[in-house]
Design a protein around this ligand. Structure first.
Ligand SMILES: C[S@@+](CC[C@H](N)C(=O)[O-])C[C@H]1O[C@@H](n2cnc3c(N)ncnc32)[C@H](O)[C@@H]1O
Length: 255
């Protein structure tokens, strides 16, 4: 019974993440869903600005706050440890769905590109960004990042072992490919409105600050010199030209 509930909870949180991820793609493409980055109730610009900044701030507080080890320890006083990651995924998805639902468009146009070729190219670049986001999760451990591995191991009475440090696939080229994927997806648009730009600027700044001040210090604490060495060799977010070749060369001992 307990095992069934654990797996059902993890599965539900994972399905909600998948739904949120698909909605996010449509939200930024401004296509196929009722509320998008540019479609929603019209309100005065100052109200829209206040609501949108509050929604982005709420996401940053939830997403970074719940990832702190102090918060995780506190939560595990009330919740069994294998459910902690699924709960993080659940809350992240709910806050994002709230943002998608309550987002207030700011319709002024920064750029609007009309050439069908350019429009198609920008949609293709955005799609590539989303693909990088999704495939990066598999390069670390998709099922661990979204809590399914933890509930599965627990339900089968097996001990949890944290995911090892990874440096393969995109992680050979940049240290944060998943964030790079998001940045590409948020900025590559044929029509950049004020609201879309607000989202892109604040979310990009948040990701860069969170990497620098929160995620990387945690990674150094967890992996020590191996991660420091990785920081020296591999750029944070912008791949170096020819990086694939030089990483290949390093692996095979060439200079
Ligand atoms: C949502 S993922 C984002 C990973 C990374 N910031 C990126 O943009 O690709 C966050 C989790 O990935 C883990 N992580 C980041 N880099 C890693 C690496 N090279 N190997 C293993 N885990 C990593 C972090 O510890 C954190 O739990």
């Amino acid at each position: 019974m307990q095992r069934g509930i654990t797996i059902a909870y993890g599965g539900f949180c994972y399905l909600l993440f998948l739904l949120t991820f698909l909605y996010a793609i449509a939200f930024f493409a401004d296509f196929g869903v009722p509320r998008t980055i540019d479609r929603g109730p019209a309100v005065p610009a100052i109200t829209a600005l206040a609501v949108d900044i509050a929604l982005l701030g709420l996401f940053a507080i939830q997403h970074s706050g719940m990832a702190r080890s102090g918060f995780k320890h506190w939560l595990c006083r009330y919740l069994s440890a294998p459910l902690e990651r699924s709960t993080y995924v659940l809350l992240s998805s709910l806050v994002l769905l709230l943002l998608f639902w309550q987002w207030k468009p700011l319709p002024g146009v920064i750029w609007s590109l009309q050439s069908p070729v350019v429009v198609a190219l920008l949609y293709a670049i955005a799609a590539l960004g989303w693909l990088i986001v999704l495939t990066s999760t598999f390069a670390i451990n998709h099922f661990d990042l979204f809590g399914l591995r933890q509930v599965w191991l627990s339900a089968h009475g097996k001990p949890y072992k944290p995911v090892a440090f990874q440096e393969h696939f995109y992680y050979r080229l940049v240290r944060h490919p998943l964030m790079l994927g998001f940045i590409i997806a948020f900025w590559a648009t044929p029509t950049m409105t004020v609201g879309h730009l607000l989202f892109a600027v604040i979310s990009t700044a948040y990701m860069l600050l969170a990497i620098h001040f929160l995620e990387e210090p945690d990674l150094v604490a967890a992996h020590g010199e191996a991660y420091r060495d990785y920081q020296r060799r591999v750029p944070m977010i912008c791949p170096r030209l020819g990086a694939g070749r030089s990483a290949h060369g390093r692996r095979h001992g060439s200079t």
